[in-house]
Design a protein around this ligand. Structure first.
Ligand SMILES: [Ca+2]
Length: 357
């Protein structure tokens, strides 16, 4: 009888331990995770942006200002020449990179960077072999300052003709609410840098016409959801209050008036006229690049040092899962590869891919 009681007590103890683990929303199996990650190469600098060429070579940026091509056939890395000078200071430098959706015909590359240490800019060039020619600056923020943080700088093509670009507040939070400033906005441009006539503030003399949405702090993740074509964005909060937003035309996302981070916003965590995030994270996970993969949303986290999987029901987050914590990386960006693996880049110069997520 005594043994029986002890057994029951032990069983209860084990069960309660199991429940505690369940609350931490992790479903880690470190050994399995080790096996399902392949690293393609290992360099040193922050790999902020990358994309796949039609021949499956990978074009990537290093934040200090260089662009490279990785060729999986011989595992070589070669530098791309013709890249303009950028200001690599603090969080700034050569940041995101995307191929034009019609790259097969026009060979165009788009890249976002900090220019003159003061502005956020969008560039375009034509890639031939490993040289960028016809380089143009398609856009730069009208404002400038000497901050070296909060540059946003993620690019997402809406379609073959238009793109979105996220722009950070460059540490001037009040400008995120100022329609005469590009800081703290998501903008929308035609692929030649001109302004689409159906942008929300076109014709408004008190607003810059490139603006698509306002009230952003430092949105480093931007992607279109396949199927619905909605624009999703991740954003770094102040201390906590990291956000995932669905970006709609002309809407205000609150920063710095509305935030769930600390210090709290003047108008609290939610207020009429300001769009609430679909989810927030406190303490901060520091979300950067995001990508939809097989119907779920994946988020590269810096401070969190994991890739986060969000299962969505419509636009409601149903569950969250912490993946690849065992890799102990600051994950910077995510891109779905042509082989249907999810690829990630890290702040210490790696690109890897994950199988069987
Ligand atoms: Ca917000």
């Amino acid at each position: 009888m005594k043994y029986c009681l002890i057994k029951i007590l032990l069983l209860l103890l084990l069960l309660s331990c199991g429940q505690d683990n369940g609350d931490t929303d992790t479903t880690e199996a470190p050994q399995e995770q080790e096996e399902r990650v392949d690293y393609l190469f290992d360099r040193d600098d922050v790999i902020w942006g990358f994309d796949f060429l039609p021949d499956e070579r990978i074009l990537f940026t290093e934040r200090s200002g260089k662009m490279f091509l990785f060729d999986p056939s011989d595992e070589s890395v070669s530098e791309v020449s013709g890249v303009p000078n950028v200001s690599a200071d603090g969080e700034g430098g050569l940041l995101d990179l995307k191929l034009h959706p019609n790259f097969r015909n026009n060979n165009q590359i788009y890249f976002c960077y900090t220019a003159n240490g003061k502005t956020q800019a969008l560039g375009r060039g034509v890639l031939q072999d490993s040289h960028l020619s016809q380089v143009e600056e398609l856009f730069k923020t009208e404002d400038e300052n000497n901050s070296n943080i909060h540059f946003g700088c993620r690019i997402a093509f809406e379609n073959e003709n238009r793109l979105f670009l996220s722009i950070g507040d460059q540490a001037e939070s009040d400008k995120a609410q100022d329609l005469n400033s590009h800081f703290g906005k998501i903008i929308r441009l035609n692929d030649d840098g001109s302004v689409p006539t159906d942008n929300p503030f076109v014709g408004d003399n008190n607003a810059l016409p490139e603006i698509w949405s306002l009230g952003h702090r430092n949105p480093q993740g931007l992607t279109i959801r396949p199927g619905t074509q909605e624009l999703y964005s991740s954003e770094h909060g102040p201390t906590g209050g990291d956000e995932l937003n669905i970006i709609s035309k002309g809407k205000n996302y609150g920063w710095p008036l509305v935030t769930s981070g600390s210090p709290s916003g003047e108008l609290g965590e939610s207020a009429p006229g300001y769009v609430d995030p679909i989810t927030t994270w406190s303490p901060a996970i520091a979300p950067s690049g995001i990508a939809f993969y097989r119907g779920d949303l994946y988020i590269a986290t810096l401070r969190g040092r994991h890739i986060r999987k969000l299962t969505l029901n419509g636009s409601t987050v149903e569950s969250e899962e912490v993946l690849l914590e065992g890799e102990d990386q600051r994950f910077r960006n995510l891109v779905v590869g042509p082989d249907d693996f999810l690829y990630f880049s890290t702040d210490d110069g790696k690109i890897g891919r994950v199988r069987n997520l």
